[in-house]
Design a protein around this ligand. Sequence first.
Ligand SMILES: C[S@@+](CC[C@H](N)C(=O)[O-])C[C@H]1O[C@@H](n2cnc3c(N)ncnc32)[C@H](O)[C@@H]1O
Length: 302
Amino acid sequence: MSTQGQDQAQDLYRRAQKALAGKKVLSALRLLEEAANLDPAMPGLNEMRAQCLAGLGRFQEAHAAAEAELRINPGSTKAAELKQKVGEVLRQLAARSAEERQWASSLRPEFLQQIEASTHRYTYRGHPMIKNPFDFALYPLLLWNLKPASVFEIGSFNGASALWMADLLKSYGVASHIWSLDIVKVTAIEREDITFLAGSGRALGEVFPAEMLAGCPRPWLVIDDADHTRDTSIAVLQHFHPHMREGEYIVVEDGLTAEGPKQALTEFLPAHPGAYTIDPAYCDFFGYNATWCINGFLRRNG
Ligand SMILES: C[S@@+](CC[C@H](N)C(=O)[O-])C[C@H]1O[C@@H](n2cnc3c(N)ncnc32)[C@H](O)[C@@H]1O
């Protein structure tokens, strides 16, 4: 980058400092965005962007900006403090939004019963697969956005959902591996990027011990699609929780049609306040909880 570009960026940065001192947060942010186009690695720039974004209530972006500053400038105590403070706000917001969500769906019961019956006749590449049209559309969004390098599916059924996700990820150019577990191991599908396993969602330590999980590339997507009882869902949540990192997802399926996932989530989430955000980007994409995974798309917070 030219010295002229750096000088211009410095000038914009100083003007942003003044604007911020005068409480003109939006003007400061605009100047900083201009400066970032010229000199994205300027020390201090992302820290001030984080301040402005937090001041505007854009906490996710503020958190990301503070992290960007710390990557460029690891010794910045201001950026570290901001990251910590904004992280706390995000945790509180996530805890509040989890409490405020309803266990209801905009899908009408008679409509969803029809769909539920049809999902049992659905096939993917000739293999029976139990997915409704809403989640059939939502998973591709999540897979594209998250680009999971490891997917853990509890409840393989005939293996078609694992096959479908593997096909999608391959078509997206995402190198991934799917670990799909069922009490009855799938043998009809063989692929290098899928491992089908036999085991129970209630005894995951036997199949996915911590040493094995430590070697699984990030990010992760965990899917609980087993027997939809409280005991299995909570066992899945508790097994993976200590290993989940910020931005990764656990999807708890079928709270729409079974009580178990709801019982597990209403017990697990308050016991881990702020650890997860029930992500409305997926839960509410087609309407409030217009998914079989009601309140079940959980994004791990930092
Ligand atoms: C709803 S189906 C899975 C559907 C599949 N993921 C799909 O989308 O096509 C539930 C599966 O969970 C399995 N299952 C039941 N209890 C289980 C447990 N405790 N642990 C693991 N799998 C279990 C059943 O054998 C069944 O194949």
